[in-house]
Design a protein around this ligand. Structure first.
Ligand code: ZN
Length: 331
């Protein structure tokens, strides 16, 4: 199929272009063809296991022992894969007045490379199940909402370290804390702005490296549910359309067109919003879009007690992890 397309384009250029344009067209096509680098295999069993490990700690709610222990395990795990790990500890006030002890965990792979790509996910989980009909005040497992993105990123770190052939760029994995402590729609407190994404808000104002300027960023959030669809989310399209195009093209090229769909979805506020608007770094969000119930945007498990390991699919983790690896290896 690939060579057919090349022949066809060359033939067209012979008929319709002058000789300079013809040469340019052929070169461009040739370069694009050669540029496809095979990324190492993303192991979905291992990614699944990383999600399971997080859930086994219990809900990762800030100011709890489960949250603290998970943070220690994440730091240790990323270090064990050869990354330089920095921990950004800070406090932030939640919408309910509580002072939260938070940590952004930042893993640097190939620190010497000037050209870098930033990958991120949030590692905390929501302290309530405010969309559930029952036990609304109890925290959720957050297998998908939190756990899945982190699981994929840990597996990417492990894969790169184990691979003989490394990507030509530096990769920074940033695990944001305090993403999911936002004010519920129905709340006794007066409405406040900017109560979500506390970790990315802090990091965007206090980057771990002065003048940190990656080429772009990719955020993963809710990337593990069975049959998930990832639509072209509005905030990503507004600030970084060409990165959406690049990632969707990669996903479709390597066989994941069922997941990376060309549907436009409304913009949402997730960690990438602050990275784009405050840090000034173009970042997209790969996040599940509920095509069956677009009014909600999110899946039926969202901020409910059904967000457990039962909804996690290895196929979805694979589609996302392999696509991101493909993008990194083709930079
Ligand atoms: Zn959430």
């Amino acid at each position: 199929m690939k060579s057919l397309a090349l022949l066809l384009l060359t033939a067209l250029s012979l008929n319709s272009c002058d000789s300079t344009e013809k040469a340019e067209t052929s070169n461009r096509v040739a370069v694009e063809e050669e540029a496809i680098v095979q990324a190492p295999e993303f192991n979905a069993d291992s990614a699944y296991h990383f999600v399971e490990r997080q859930v086994a700690f219990g809900p990762r709610v800030p100011n709890t022992a489960e949250h603290y222990k998970t943070g220690e395990w994440l730091i240790e795990t990323l270090r064990s894969y050869g990354a330089e790990v920095q921990v950004q500890s800070f406090q932030a006030r939640a919408f309910d007045g509580k002072m939260l002890n938070l940590r952004n965990i930042i893993a640097t792979i190939n620190p010497g490379a000037a050209k870098r790509v930033m990958l991120a996910a949030h590692w905390d989980t929501r302290p309530f199940a405010d969309k559930d009909d029952e036990n609304q005040n109890k925290p959720i497992d957050g297998a998908n909402d939190g756990g899945s993105g982190v699981g994929v990123l840990l597996e990417i770190a492990r894969t790169i370290q184990a691979a003989e052939h490394k990507p030509g760029i530096g990769v920074d994995i940033i695990l944001f804390d305090g993403e999911d402590y936002g004010q519920p729609d129905e709340s006794d407190f007066p409405f406040q702005d900017d109560t979500w994404c506390l970790g990315s808000q802090y990091w965007s104002k206090n980057k771990h490296v002065a003048n940190y300027k990656p080429q772009y960023g990719i955020l993963l959030d809710m990337v593990g549910a069975e049959n998930a669809k990832f639509a072209r989310e509005g905030t990503s399209m507004q600030y970084a359309k060409n990165i959406v195009d690049k990632v969707w093209r990669a996903g479709n090229r390597i066989g994941y067109s069922d997941y990376f769909v060309y549907t436009n979805a409304p913009g949402i506020t997730d960690d990438h919003y602050y990275v784009n608007t405050v840090a000034g770094i173009r970042m997209i969000d790969i996040i599940e879009y509920n095509m069956a119930n677009p009014d909600d945007y999110f899946g039926p498990y969202h901020h409910r007690h059904t967000d457990t390991m039962d909804i996690i699919s290895k196929n979805t983790l694979k589609a996302v992890g392999q696509t991101v690896l493909h993008v990194l290896y083709n930079e």
